[in-house]
Design a protein around this ligand. Sequence first.
Ligand SMILES: Nc1nc2c(ncn2[C@@H]2O[C@H](COP(=O)(O)OP(=O)(O)OP(=O)(O)O)[C@@H](O)[C@H]2O)c(=O)[nH]1
Ligand SMILES: [Mg+2]
Length: 307
Amino acid sequence: MNDDIQEPVNDARQNFRSGFVAVLGRPNVGKSTLVNALVGEKVAIVSRVPQTTRHRIAGVVNGPGYQAVLLDLPGFQKPRDLLTERMQTAVNTTLREVDLIILMLNAAEGIGGGDRFVSDASFRTGTPVIIALNKTDLVGPDVVLPLIEEAGGLGGYQDIFPISARKGWSLEELKAAIVTRLPEGPQYFPEGEVSDQPERELAAELIREQALRLTREEVPHAVAVDIVDMQRREEKDIVDLEAVIIVERDSQKGILIGKQGKMIKEIGSRSRAEIETLLGSKVFMNLTVRVKKKWRQNERVLGDLGL
Ligand SMILES: Nc1nc2c(ncn2[C@@H]2O[C@H](COP(=O)(O)OP(=O)(O)OP(=O)(O)O)[C@@H](O)[C@H]2O)c(=O)[nH]1
Ligand SMILES: [Mg+2]
């Protein structure tokens, strides 16, 4: 089953443990933050806007005798358009393929209908579930303790941890529990490879992250980024990058460009700094904005964007 996700690099070694771990939860609970923290590198973008993650990203956690492949997923939701429908299909497909599920809840918001929806879907698979109650840094023990009790009633879980993905609280304990639950298996990713996301895609995500962070209201959900061209100059440590931010309406384009181009400049310079860190070289970026009406409903555009 797991071969659908990635061909193993090595055959199963004796005593080596490995597996695929789905990180599930409502939009905005902190799934991508947790995956980045456990991997120890930024493999997924994070923002305050729900539905930040649009496709499944593998983040690889290596340790002595084990490899856990964490699958950062879009937030679990009821689809509203073709884009969110595809996002949810990716979640449902993944649910059937994994060895372990981390069900994430948000301590600052309590447990609601949306969480029970995700939880039911998780427990229904019969796959072992670890519950992670996140954002405990935002509330006191008077809130956390009853929530642990309530979360425990959701289903037959293996372990339950109050954590803070942002502050790094109890992540070592969570990681140890994940490793304990991994079956014996092969090393799926070579040493040093922390993600399945090509540099080009991550570059697009880093631009989208800044667009999400710097804009408001209807703009974030209408944004997509297309890397038109990305090339390293021969014998020089310079990468030329041409990218387009796609939006649905002229008004959104106006917001993204900003007064005298201030906004697009800011998005460009912030994301360029991040991309330079990622690539380890200087980046010359040409960033523009284009309107594609109703791209979230358009099969062809979604396909072109890899969604
Ligand atoms: N205070 C606090 N904030 C957190 C914690 N974990 C994540 N956040 C914040 O919560 C917001 C959402 O985090 P993400 O990691 O993008 O959430 P997600 O579950 O991946 O969201 P989607 O991809 O939209 O489903 C960001 O602003 C994070 O900085 C935490 O432990 N404590
Ligand atoms: Mg996410």
